[in-house]
Design a protein around this ligand. Structure first.
Ligand code: C2E
Ligand code: MG
Ligand code: MG
Length: 589
């Protein structure tokens, strides 16, 4: 009988051992003094001991010091309840490494309710814990740049505001990269990411160590400055930051530049809470963009009105073409050697129903940001080519070239080259009579695709001019990279010709460089006869400016052409000058 019972118990034990060994999780048994008496394979593996080493070891050896009390309490509870307790702890392996485990403690009592010991069920949850930590990390950090995200930034800001000393200022900067979409679109996904990491690094290096920098979204960052002496300090920091950001970036064999617009908000009456400061910095950043980018703006209350006025303008601009409010003006371009008109630049105007005439500096930035420039630009292109063809038919003997400004957004557009070709065939304009003006900002997407498009445009026979040369980040070496026919020297150099010796030197250098590259040079914004004489002496080919004519409506421009080309009015070269003067007097009247 005894034997039968014994053999029954043995089979039970074998069965239990078998189960113990086959379960995936660690199972161990502890005696009433808390020492290991049995452990299955997964358990010894987890803890890094052999079964022999583990047996006889008190459980305290396998639990991290800071979790001892917790485990002790759980054991007592399980025993008292005659049930089980679960908890998450950090365990210690034999080699001292810690790992997270989920521990379930089951107390064992015999039939007479005598306490026998404990079963410990262990599960390694390090992976789950790692994922949880990662999720928690990404809730507050930007994984790409390792910077805090907007949530964490806000909580730092709130903390800084509550700890701020009475005499310290707190400043918030919102920084948005200019035209980053263009750059990003022209890079591979991985390169775009690398660029953002590089920018984050530049931000880190050009801000005080105490500053907190966050990446809010794609190309927007915030910077928290505490302990400021005042707005001036924030401004000088911004200037430094902008300089640092604008340093050339070497990428895939080419050099390009990134600029940013920064909004500054300083803790004060209008901006006392974190929300107000953040909103104010955003508003100021939009103001900096509207002022022409690559700069900063300090928040003031009137900016809110500007923003709503801008939003209103933007929504109206969307309908301006349908409402027939857009106009093209034409500014004559003169051949400086012959002093005769040789073309015109098409300049867009917006004849707003209520606000009257709006100039490009007010609406082109909005059109570029919203993408409306694509449809507006297409419209200007076809209108200008149509007019140019009319004037060529009126004066077939004359060389006449129409210049049309093209925004980088348009060039990026798929099918742009085809659009130019279609406009030429629809209007019948000889391709050589069309000159597209591009700006150096196309260099931000200075990639093979853009260069290939520019080559394709030139292959149509269309000419290309680089506009506003000398502003922004002009590098004479750009002149060699782009397929160009013409360079237009920016007005800012022309207006100080003879006044600032270094400007004269720059103009001279640009002209001789262009001559050696066989590029024609146009000077913009010539306002006086002295300027035009100097430019002619320096070897400038074409000139444009109020000295000759302001931008004109198509009708006025036709009169201007007539004054020059109609044989009745023009007999000798010097008569032309007199006619211009009379013509402008008429205009002024
Ligand atoms: P831009 O292409 O450099 O055009 C020359 C600007 O200088 C024009 O201003 C013109 O009116 C002005 N200007 C010409 N001569 C003189 C002068 O002697 N003195 C002074 N003070 N100014 C002179 P506007 O028409 O206001 O155009 C400003 C800018 O807007 C243009 O600069 C161009 O970048 C852009 N823009 C104009 N029309 C278009 C367009 O159809 N498409 C695109 N994408 N941009 C355009
Ligand atoms: Mg232009
Ligand atoms: Mg220009």
């Amino acid at each position: 009988m005894l034997n039968a019972e014994l053999s029954f118990r043995l089979t039970q034990l074998e069965k239990a051992n078998h189960i113990l060994e086959s379960v995936a999780e660690g199972v161990s048994k502890l005696d009433s003094r808390g020492k290991f008496v049995e452990a299955n394979g997964p358990c010894t593996e987890m803890l890094g001991y052999s079964t022999e080493e583990l047996v006889g070891l008190p459980w305290q050896k396998t639990v991290a010091l800071d979790h001892l009390d917790e485990v002790h309490r759980a054991c007592e509870l399980a025993i008292a309840k005659r049930g089980k307790e679960s908890l998450e702890i950090q365990s210690i392996k034999k080699d001292g490494r810690r790992f997270y485990q989920e521990l379930t403690i089951v107390a064992e009592h015999d039939d007479a309710d005598r306490y026998l010991g404990l079963y410990w069920f262990l599960r390694d949850v390090s992976e789950r814990k790692r994922l949880q930590t990662k999720v928690a990390y990404s809730a507050f950090n930007d994984e790409l740049t390792d910077l805090p995200n907007r949530n964490l930034f806000e909580s730092h800001l709130k903390k800084a505001l509550s700890n701020a000393f009475q005499y310290d200022s707190i400043g918030v900067l919102t920084l948005d990269l200019d035209n980053f979409k263009l750059v990003n679109d022209s890079l591979s996904h991985g390169d775009g990411d690398k660029l953002l990491i590089l920018i984050a690094e530049r931000l880190r290096l050009s801000t005080p160590q105490t500053a907190i920098i966050s990446r809010n979204s794609g190309d927007e960052f915030s910077i928290l400055l505490s302990g400021l002496s005042g707005a001036e300090q924030a401004i000088s920091l911004c200037q430094n930051l902008l300089r640092r950001l604008q340093e050339p970036i070497e990428w895939a064999g080419t050099e390009f530049f990134i600029t940013a617009s920064i909004g500054i908000a300083i803790h004060g009456e209008d901006c006392s809470t974190a929300e107000q400061l953040l909103k104010a910095a955003d508003t100021a950043m939009y103001e900096a963009k509207a002022k022409g980018k690559a700069g900063y703006a300090l928040y003031n209350a009137s900016m809110n009105q500007n923003i709503s006025a801008r939003l209103e303008l933007e929504s109206h601009l969307r309908r301006a073409l349908q409402l027939d409010e857009m106009r093209v003006y034409f500014q004559p371009i003169m051949d400086m050697k012959t002093d005769r008109i040789c073309g015109a630049e098409a300049l867009m105007r917006w004849q707003h129903q209520e606000k009257g005439m709006i100039y490009p500096d007010k609406f082109i930035p909005i059109a570029e940001e919203t993408g409306l420039i694509v449809s507006l630009g297409s419209w200007v292109l076809i209108e200008s080519c149509r007019k140019a063809q009319q004037w060529r038919e009126m004066y077939p003997e004359q060389n006449f070239v129409i210049n049309v400004n093209i925004s980088p957004r348009q060039i990026q557009e798929e099918g742009f080259v085809e659009e130019v070709a279609a406009v030429l065939s629809e209007t019948g304009l000889d391709p050589h009579c069309l000159k597209l003006e591009i700006t150096e900002s196309v260099m931000m997407e200075h990639v093979d695709a853009t260069i290939a498009k520019l080559h394709a445009i030139r292959a149509l026979g269309v000419q290309l001019a680089l506009d506003d040369f000398g502003t922004g980040f002009s590098s004479l070496s750009y002149l060699c990279h782009l397929p160009l026919d013409n360079v237009k020297i920016d007005r800012s150099f022309v207006s100080v010709l003879g006044i600032e010796p270094e400007s004269t030197a720059i103009v001279k250098a640009i002209i001789s460089m262009c001559q050696s590259l066989s590029l024609a040079v146009t000077a913009e914004g010539i306002e006086t006869a002295v300027q035009s004489e100097q430019l002619l002496a320096l070897g400038c080919d074409f000139g444009q400016g109020y000295a000759y004519s302001q931008p004109l409506t198509a009708e006025q421009f036709e009169e201007f052409l007539g004054a020059q080309f109609d044989p009745i009015t023009v007999e000798e070269d010097n008569v032309i000058h007199l006619d211009f003067a009379a013509f402008h007097d008429d205009l002024a009247a």
